[in-house]
Write a protein that binds this ligand. Sequence first.
Ligand SMILES: [Zn+2]
Length: 433
Amino acid sequence: MSEILLKGGRIIDPASGFDATGDILIADGKIQSLSNASLQSNGQIIDCEGCIVSPGLIDIHVHFREPSSGNHEETILSGSKSASQGGFTTVCTMPNTTPAMDDPMLITEAIHIGDEVGRCRVLPTCCATIGRKGETLALLDAMCNAGAIAITDDGDVVECDELMTASLEACKKHNVPFMQHCQDPKQTVGGVMNAGAIQEELGLGAWPRIAEESIVERDITLNQNVGASWHAQHISSGGTVELIRQARSRGESISGEASPHHLLLTDAACRDIGTMAKMNPPLREQHDIDALKEGIADGTITILATDHAPHPEASKDRPFSEASFGIVGLDCALALYAKALIQDGVLDWPSMLAMMTNQPADLIRRPDLGRLTEGGVADITVIDPRCAWTIDAHAFGSAGRNCPFDGWNVTGKAILTMYGGKVTHAEASMNSL
Ligand SMILES: [Zn+2]
């Protein structure tokens, strides 16, 4: 494999705190040199001046619809193409496929498809319960042994206390995190949007914050007897941020993630743009956004994740109560995070990139990822922080087009993505020297 030299970029490695202008030499899929690098043989020199050179971005929460027994809206190929266009080199796929990921053979199959066709590293999670039905514990030992990176019934909560405790015990045994979809179904019957004034005005079913917070509270309590790593997915409520803050201050292994839509949109979007704003959990209010940002600034929330969820157009083009929940996010997430967090003065680039590189890598017990190290895998993202562009859902690598940010003007773009030393995405503007 020929050498590639990334020249003159601002190299940021959040894990080590390294932040300086320099060159990176890549060969044989690995980072050969992080300083004083020069090509040893014929190779390509890529001009990175003015750009950030970051460890490859990691998204621990995506929905691809494969393996699948029928039609699917997103394959591992299209989903990983979306990831690479957005600057991601690793994704964790959620288990709510059809059939659900409750069988070690399916874990093996997903890893195999990812290895064969993936434009990024695809790390599948496994179900906690068979069919994600919350009734019987799935074959957790076998699935973790097959390579499941985390346990979750995402899309649904594990409602039963006994099954939840057993799942946490399996997480502890296999040193993987439990990722919880925090939604008490008893409190969200018929719920489709945030409980509040706009929901009442629209006459739609209410989904209160307490439905999320009560599960967070229960799980933190259950986990005190187990001591596993427990992670709250797609936090929507300010109350959740506070519960996680308290648990972390007690030294418990509790973490959480924030998604672009929960940082940039409120429940008013349900009135203004309709079903493109229908999310699970729902969009909340400005004070929740403020609390999420506060939690990000003080290190309570340590991970950014998209909850990338492709749906066919027909499933969004319906009355609000009947439409699918969720949006696609991988292609445009980086610029949206930059808008919500950097341009709003909450974080700087190194601290934001930590939430997309080494911090998610640490949660999924992959300290070999999310870092720039000599001899380490060459998963690298080159970001132009000044690039102003307009989000165009039709240009997405994803097969999904359901994106409420279509047409938004944003700043910051992944202009080159390298996965295992191979370029998986390059903007036409990239200059070879
Ligand atoms: Zn979820």
